[in-house]
Design a protein around this ligand. Structure first.
Ligand SMILES: *Cc1c(COP(=O)(O)O)cnc(C)c1O
Length: 227
């Protein structure tokens, strides 16, 4: 059986999440999104067997390939950047975490209208202010939130962010607090923005302390990825 340690790892992570949620004073349920990128479809099957029904992929093509072979009804999350010419494939995902520009939103809107149900997204914020990362500058979130509120084909469920690799605890908390603030701005603009997707294998406990409702965990569950 692939990933024989997954059950134990999931149990350990869940216990740590529960403790972190208590420390942070948060009562919201935290969803674990098992990130299966670079692994085969058996990783999604193992996640399902271990009681994790949410699976994340950062590349759309890789995700679509696994969907057709994985024999389990997991909810697929697209957590990475999407090119505008691939927006049609969002129909296959439960939630898109990486709405990172106005231009991408403009491409997604018609897809939701055509299919008769809005595309569910999280607004990615570049809270750490990194040149190399996608996402909106927090200063632009309010204006984009207003604009998105007028788009029938998109529903914004919350905010997503990625912390800077190697950030110390103080910086992590600042980044996660900025994402929390972005969610508040979205909610104030009328969006049903209840979710905060933040925290990866290295920083998920701090993210949960800061109010994450979804953590995206790869290596801590499935082991180190091949480069
Ligand atoms: C790979 C990836 C993760 C998971 O990373 P780990 O450090 O392996 O937990 C989370 N979010 C995104 C957007 C990713 O691309």
């Amino acid at each position: 059986m692939p990933f024989p340690e997954l059950g134990e790892r999931v149990a350990a992570v869940k216990a740590r999440i529960a403790e972190a949620a208590k420390r942070g004073g948060h009562i919201r349920e935290v969803t674990i999104v098992a990130v299966t990128k670079t692994h085969g479809p058996e990783a999604a099957e193992a996640a399902w067997s271990a009681g994790i029904p949410d699976v994340g992929e950062n590349k759309v093509q890789e995700a679509l390939g696994k969907m057709v072979v994985a024999g389990v009804p997991v909810r697929w999350h697209l957590i990475g950047h999407l090119q505008r010419n691939k927006v049609r494939s969002l129909d296959r995902f439960f939630l898109f975490h990486a709405l990172d520009s106005s231009r991408l939103a403009d491409a997604i809107g018609p897809v939701g209208i055509d299919r008769g149900a809005p595309i569910e997204v999280l607004l990615q914020v570049n809270a750490a202010g990194e040149e190399t990362k996608g996402g909106l500058d927090p200063a632009n979130v309010a204006a984009e939130a207003e604009r998105l509120a007028g788009m029938a084909g998109i529903v914004v469920r919350g905010a997503m962010t990625m912390a800077r690799l190697g950030a110390d605890e103080r910086e992590l908390r600042e980044t996660f607090a900025a994402a929390r603030e972005a969610r508040r701005v979205l909610a104030d603009a009328g969006h049903p923005a209840t979710e905060l997707s933040m925290g990866m294998s290295n920083d998920y406990e701090i993210a949960v302390e800061e109010g994450a409702t979804m953590v995206r965990l790869g290596s801590i569950l499935f082991g180190a990825r091949e480069p």
